[in-house]
Design a protein around this ligand. Structure first.
Ligand code: DGL
Length: 260
């Protein structure tokens, strides 16, 4: 059986790519809902239905474990998928998100003042605040919605997206860390980290966090790990698979060959 990744677009591919790098032996499936992107401005019920559809697709493709590699969908649907959808299936399959592992990573880093930048829905859900309040009484969090970024990134307008993100971070005063709370934003992380003005700010990106957290999860869950097939397969499915995605896929995958 395989490991599946769900995202509203291509951002989750960055997470899958770094998981594949750390755990290359397993078989992977990616589902990007490019037809319905962006999720960041949609209602909670729309996001739930679309995410459920993607998870069902991945389960039908023999995934035993699905990672919702999308903050917006993790914030709005993960709990409901785990508590209501999975029990109806009476299955040993599992669904995981990206927000709790990110919060754990920040708490472990001992950073006390952190800024979260994410989509409008993620910020409005207050999911980061809720998870931080469970995990730490010390970390102070500021959240800012950056709704223009995902459309810019999906158009390949990386310079404009970088400028917007950097301006937002600089406008939010003294912080020790920034959570890029949208998988798409990881594409801008290297430039941000190199940026002189930001050199003392730690940038948290989920493509760096999720691989080690997943590795740990599999060690703790041999009942899942032992069912994973090891043929090194990778398959990418986009709900809008038009040719305009060809060059963008190259950008997200850095030229790496990940498809079947
Ligand atoms: N990549 C998604 C996330 O991590 C958001 C993209 C969207 O707005 O659909 O939140």
């Amino acid at each position: 059986m395989k490991i599946g990744f769900f995202d509203s677009g291509l951002g989750g591919l960055l997470v899958m790519k770094s998981v594949v790098k750390m755990l290359p032996e397993y078989d992977y499936e990616f589902y990007g809902d490019t037809v319905n992107l962006p999720y960041g401005n949609k209602s909670e019920s729309e996001i739930f239905e679309l995410t459920k559809r993607g998870v069902e697709h991945l389960f039908a493709r023999d995934c035993i474990l699905v990672i919702i590699a999308c903050n917006t969908a993790s914030a709005e649907t993960l709990r409901k998928l785990q508590d209501e959808f999975l029990p109806q299936l009476n299955t040993n399959k599992r669904i995981l998100g990206v927000i709790i592992p990110t919060v754990e990573e920040v708490v472990e880093s001992k950073i006390r003042k952190v800024l979260v930048v994410a989509t409008k829905r993620t910020i409005e859900s207050k999911k980061y605040e809720k998870e931080f309040s469970k995990a730490s009484t010390i970390v102070k969090i500021t959240s800012v919605a950056t709704p223009a970024l995902v459309p810019l990134i999906e158009l390949g307008e990386l310079d404009a997206a970088f400028t917007e993100l950097k301006t937002t971070i600089e406008a939010n005063g003294e912080v020790e860390g920034v959570i890029l709370g949208c998988t798409h934003y990881s594409l801008l992380a290297e430039r941000l980290t190199k940026s002189l003005v930001l050199k003392n700010i730690k940038i948290f990106t989920q493509d760096k966090i999720i691989p080690k957290k997943l590795q740990h999860y599999l060690e703790m869950h041999p009942e899942i790990k032992n069912l994973l097939s090891k043929d090194g397969g990778r398959n990418i499915f986009l709900t809008d698979n038009s040719s305009r995605y060809d060059s963008l896929l190259q950008e997200f995958l850095g030229g790496a060959l990940i498809g079947d």
